[in-house]
Design a protein around this ligand. Structure first.
Ligand SMILES: Cc1cc2nc3c(=O)[nH]c(=O)nc-3n(C[C@H](O)[C@H](O)[C@H](O)COP(=O)(O)O)c2cc1C
Length: 253
């Protein structure tokens, strides 16, 4: 018998259709307080959340995300912000100069912590019956997001998430399949042949899933993935990271 947490995690899916019912203040606070228990690298707590329930702002955020309707119709939108501004207060207090944001390592630390936070936050929201979708498309216009949120130097909005009450249809939609388990979890060593075989068989499985669920317009796994990854699809990320004081380097000169 699976426990409740495992059941919830195994049934999770991105929710892109909401009923329009509200997210209560108490629930929202509980979601954020639960997310705040997530681990962070060296306990530096270099993540901040900025959220809005303002419908006009949410519509504007949807526009910045390329007009995604699942954003426009969300009840709450949350930005997960890499926050080396907070940690810089430690450096100032100790009379030191912080350079973490100028290192490749800092960008990895921030991105990993942001992803962990996203997952905890979404799981907490789902446990209370809400639906969410991670929104990376905020990075498509990260300069405008800096402006909208008033982000100071050493901060960057890495990813966002919607929160809302899922429609019955969205809740009961079939789960998207995953690559074969043996090509995902490997013991001791990376097995390239398994990964390759898994990718090909997943492409076929995804086509079958698409045909079975009537989502005929969905591209295959290969089509989607190669389409995104043949280009640098959010073209402001490096520029805005640099404008915010970040650099991707092992040296700080
Ligand atoms: C970091 C990240 C960014 C994402 N960005 C978007 C996005 O901008 N818009 C969207 O509709 N879904 C977005 N997604 C959701 C993925 O498309 C989704 O997780 C994937 O298709 C698997 O479907 P599932 O979550 O329903 O299992 C994002 C997911 C992650 C983890």
């Amino acid at each position: 018998m699976k426990n409740q947490t495992i059941k919830q995690l195994q049934n999770r899916t991105s929710i892109r259709e909401f009923t329009g019912d509200s997210v209560s203040d108490d629930d929202l606070e509980l979601i954020f307080k639960t997310a705040q228990r997530a681990p962070t690298s060296i306990n530096a707590q270099q993540i901040s959340l900025i959220y809005t329930r303002d419908k006009e702002k949410i519509k504007y955020i949807a526009e910045l995300c390329g007009g995604q309707p699942q954003v426009a119709t969300a009840e709450v939108f949350v930005f997960i912000v890499i926050d080396f501004n907070r940690t810089n207060y430690a450096a100032i207090a100790e009379g030191k100069t912080q350079v973490v944001e100028k290192c490749a390592e800092g960008i990895i630390v921030g991105a990993v912590d942001a992803g962990i936070m996203l997952s905890s936050l979404q799981s907490a929201a789902e446990a209370l019956g809400y639906g969410t979708t991670a929104i990376g498309a905020i990075r498509g216009n990260s300069d405008k997001i800096v402006e909208l949120l008033g982000l100071p130097a050493r901060t960057f909005a890495a990813v966002g998430t919607t929160i809302g009450v899922p429609s019955q249809k969205a809740k009961s939609a079939p789960l998207k399949p995953r690559v074969p388990f043996e090509s995902f979890a490997m013991e001791d060593i990376y097995e390239n042949e398994k990964v390759k075989k898994g990718a090909y068989s997943y492409n076929e499985e995804f086509k079958a899933f698409r045909d079975k669920t009537g989502s005929g317009s969905l591209p295959s796994y290969f089509e989607t993935t190669s389409g995104f990854y043949e280009k640098s699809y959010y073209r402001k990320t490096a520029t805005v990271l640099e404008a915010q004081g970040f650099r991707f380097s092992d040296s700080i000169d």
